[in-house]
Write a protein that binds this ligand. Structure first.
Ligand SMILES: [Zn+2]
Ligand SMILES: [Zn+2]
Length: 212
């Protein structure tokens, strides 16, 4: 059984996810921790549940999803992986972070690249990596078939979709990603998005205003 713990961090109300299973191994996805209190929230959860974080992985590299990576890498001495096509976005964060009030962005080093079709494994849990560009050029999502959920980042939200007016965004590409990669999953799969509450593939296929 993999547990999905979510935290809401930083002024963008970004969802940071921590997945862990019976082995105690944990993976941190999109850590948006922007201050000491938000980092402490992750650390206390890890401690309270006697977890061993083994990796940080990201769906994409917008500022609200990357603020806590470097600190958590150092704290747990763990590697970080991202899709290669989002590396320029990560490198760009330090050039605009202060515009959003984040001073001295701590840029993490990328230790490996996530590739579509590969399976990311931790503990006894498997996450299939799917490539879903449009909101960001190197956006990926993580699918757990055993428990039927997707960690989707900023691709598909409850009754909405990711914005595409940021550098590297493309509306048509995003719609295509959702149609061909997310809506082809079974209807009962839960979608844990980068913002707002979870939804399901079936609910969005039926009700999402961008697909009617
Ligand atoms: Zn984003
Ligand atoms: Zn976001």
């Amino acid at each position: 059984m993999v547990q999905v713990k979510s935290f809401v961090f930083n002024p963008f109300s970004e969802n940071t996810y921590l997945l862990h299973d019976a082995t105690g191994e944990a993976v941190i996805i999109d850590p948006g921790c922007s201050d000491k209190a938000e980092l402490a929230a992750v650390e206390s959860y890890v401690e309270a549940n006697s977890l061993k974080p083994v990796y940080v992985i990201n769906t994409h590299a917008h500022i609200d999803h990357v603020l806590g990576i470097a600190a958590l890498k150092r704290k747990y001495d763990i590697p970080f992986a991202l899709h290669q096509l989002d590396e320029p976005l990560l490198k760009a964060v330090k050039t605009y972070a202060s515009n959003y009030g984040f001073h001295g962005f701590d840029e993490p080093e990328i230790d490996s690249y996530l590739k579509e079709g590969e399976v990311f494994q931790f503990g006894e849990t498997a996450l299939e990596i799917i490539f879903v560009p449009g909101h960001a050029p190197g956006h990926v999502a993580f699918v757990n078939h055993a428990q039927r959920f997707v960690i989707g980042g900023d691709v598909l939200f409850r009754l909405s979709i990711g914005r595409t007016d940021l550098p590297g965004g493309n509306h048509a590409t995003l719609l295509e990603s959702i149609r061909t990669k997310i809506f082809t999953l079974p209807d009962d799969y839960t979608v844990y998005a980068g913002h707002m509450e979870p939804t399901t593939v079936g609910f969005e296929k039926k009700n999402n205003p961008f697909f009617r």
